[in-house]
Design a protein around this ligand. Structure first.
Ligand code: HEM
Ligand code: CU
Length: 586
């Protein structure tokens, strides 16, 4: 579900990006200008970050983390469903702004005050404020759920230091969600007071302070970029180790680096605000903290290379995406250090250099990682292997398109082309770069179409996939593909890092179990999460349209459902032993 919804929003955000690039193909075009361009830009950024990247990551976390830790499900299936619906309806609220009100928000995905205050914006920003709040609750609940799952539901013998890297990154990412999302929630509530109830938190005329918005936004925003990239690190680690037939080089150093990146991620937010006027001391400290992050990140890059070094590297679509990830993400990381040099940032700030930088990390990093993970785990999730031939086309068109799009933007930025501006003048030397960049965007569009085609073809094909198609190392490859709804017929017993590999090396050919086969308890499905989310959506529209009656009804409705949930007993149901499909040999 997460994958489907996230995929849908990804296509939407991608379409918006393509339209932006079409407008910027030649100088002085007037296809999407002014407010329309700003709306496309804002919706592209907001949709991609909150409604495409997050849910696709959550989809993989949901599908794979329980499998990697030998659990039957996540800790709280009910909360999981609630989180999904809140996120999805939040996206619906945001996108409803295209059709209702006065058009989509246009204050940028960062919604900086005063651009986002009533004086300088129209109703679109109300959809942003409420849509993100509803979705934010969902994401936050999801984060807590994964934390509890990883802490409490690991199979016997699976100590923290034996967790596969993807689960480790899922753990740290969830912790970042837990601590980062409250900051933006508070920010959005303050802005909501300003917009709906005449507050003045961000109104300088009445003693408010616009810089507070920036601080709170980036206290959330910088950890958010690590929320996005860490799971990709985890995927790349697992994929590279599997396809090099070697245990991950420096597993414990990787764990340490992941935790350190997560921690430092909270110490650097003001590198987004060097030009605000915080003064040289604050700027220097934040510059230093920023550069410190390069150390654990460098550790990771070297560990991946050392894992491949001397390994039996197998090249297929899954490993190509991971191997391609390393140089592209490295470029994004290096321009990040350049931006972290506070005095230099005064030149780069708000130019296309920044756009190039963060797309190299977000697309060249996260999107590459997610593709790698999808090709790698597709058989486990859906019981079919994605087509390799189309997969390679998918990879190469994207790799080339991506670099064509974003590499020239470094130079456009250095030549002074500002971001978030809908056109540029001829004869400033900017034509070539922009033209190439737009061509590249078409290349990526082609690549995405190939991927969709691949999904359709794979879906139609009649194939069955063995439990362990890649000669895997971790627990998810000990159960049938696709994973049955109870995941593990018997809880596995873990006897080392790379649990399955340990057994393979000892010639057991099968994981050992920690319990006899018995009937399996399952949670019963429920409509309550969906209805609760509907209640909050209702309330959100009530707030947007200042109809307090509707807002109150929606809130009360949700509270009533919450009380029902807390008093009602939910015994669940059992799958009997006869119905369990047991014993996979790998
Ligand atoms: C897939 C191909 C993509 C293309 C062609 C693309 C293109 C663009 C362009 C042209 C801009 C506007 C730059 C400006 O005028 O300031 C932009 C901004 C942005 N993009 Fe992308 N992008 C893509 C993917 C993504 C992804 C996957 C994400 C995040 C997950 C993302 C996040 C953002 C953000 C946050 C902004 C800033 C929006 C703002 O300034 O408010 N983009 N992108
Ligand atoms: Cu940052």
């Amino acid at each position: 579900m997460y994958l489907l919804a996230g995929g849908f929003f990804f296509l939407l955000g991608g379409l918006e990006a393509l339209l932006i690039r079409i407008q910027l193909m030649y100088p002085d075009l007037d296809i999407f200008v002014g407010g329309t361009f700003n709306q496309l830009l804002t919706m592209h950024g907001t949709t991609m970050i909150f409604f495409a990247a997050m849910p696709i990551i959550f989809a993989l976390l949901n599908a794979i983390v329980p499998l990697q830790i030998g659990a039957r499900d996540v800790a709280f299936p009910f909360i999981n469903a609630l989180g999904l619906w809140l996120f999805f309806l939040g996206g619906v609220i945001l996108n409803a702004s295209w059709f209702l009100g006065a058009g989509a928000p246009e204050a940028g995905w960062t919604a900086y005050a005063p651009l986002s205050t009533p004086a300088f914006s129209h109703m679109g920003v109300d959809f942003y404020v409420l849509g993100l709040q509803v979705a934010g609750i969902g994401t936050w609940l999801g984060g807590i759920n994964f934390l509890v799952t990883i802490i409490n539901m690991r199979a016997p013998g699976l100590t923290f230091m034996r967790l596969p890297m993807f689960t480790w990154t899922a753990f740290v990412t969830s912790a970042l969600v837990l601590f980062a999302f409250p900051a933006i929630t508070v920010n959005l509530i303050l802005l909501m007071f300003d917009r709906l109830f005449g507050g003045a938190f961000f109104n300088a005329d009445m003693g408010g302070n616009v810089v507070i918005w920036q601080h709170l936004f980036w206290i959330f925003g910088h950890p958010e970029v690590y929320i996005l990239i860490l799971p990709a690190f985890g995927i790349v680690s697992d994929v590279i180790s599997t396809f090099s037939k070697k245990r991950l080089f420096g597993h414990s150093a990787m764990v340490f680096a992941t935790v350190l990146i997560g921690f430092l991620g909270f110490m650097v937010w003001a590198h987004h605000m060097f030009t605000v006027g915080m003064g040289p001391i604050a700027n220097s400290l934040f510059a230093l903290a920023t550069m410190l992050i390069a150390v654990p990140t460098g550790i990771k890059i070297f560990n991946w290379l050392f894992t491949m070094w001397g390994g039996q590297v197998r090249i297929n679509t899954a490993s190509l995406w991971s191997i391609g990830f390393i140089p592209t993400f490295l470029i994004g990381g290096m321009t990040g250090v350049m931006l972290g040099v506070a005095p230099a940032d005064f030149q780069y700030q708000d130019t296309y250099f920044v756009i190039a930088h963060f797309h190299y990390t977000i697309v060249g990093g996260m999107v590459f990682g997610l593709f790698s993970g999808m090709y790698y785990w597709w058989p486990k999730m859906f019981g079919k292997m994605l087509n390799e031939k189309l997969g390679k086309w998918n990879f190469w068109t994207f790799f080339i398109g991506f670099n064509l799009t974003f590499f020239p933007q470094h130079f456009l930025g250095l030549m002074g082309m500002p971001r978030r501006v809908f056109t540029f003048l001829p004869n400033a030397g900017l034509e070539m770069g922009n033209f190439v960049s737009t061509i590249g965007a078409f290349g990526m569009t082609l690549s995405i179409l190939i991927f969709l085609l691949n999904i359709v073809i794979t879906n139609r094909s009649e194939q069955t996939v063995p439990a362990d198609p890649w000669d895997g190392r971790t627990l998810e490859w000990t159960i049938p593909s696709p994973a049955p709804e109870y995941n593990f017929a018997q809880t596995p017993l873990v006897r080392g890092l790379d649990a399955l590999w340990v057994e393979k090396m000892e010639g057991n050919g099968q994981i050992s179990y920690a319990e006899p086969l018995g009937r399996i308890h399952m949670p019963s499905p429920s409509v309550l999460p969906f209805l609760m989310a509907i209640g909050l959506t209702f309330a959100a529209f009530g707030f947007i349209y200042h109809t307090w009656f509707v807002a109150a009804t929606g809130l009360i409705f949700t509270f009533v459902l919450m009380s029902i949930r807390s008093v009602k007993d939910d015994p669940g149901y059992y799958i009997e032993v006869e119905d369990i499909d047991e014993g996979v040999k790998v």
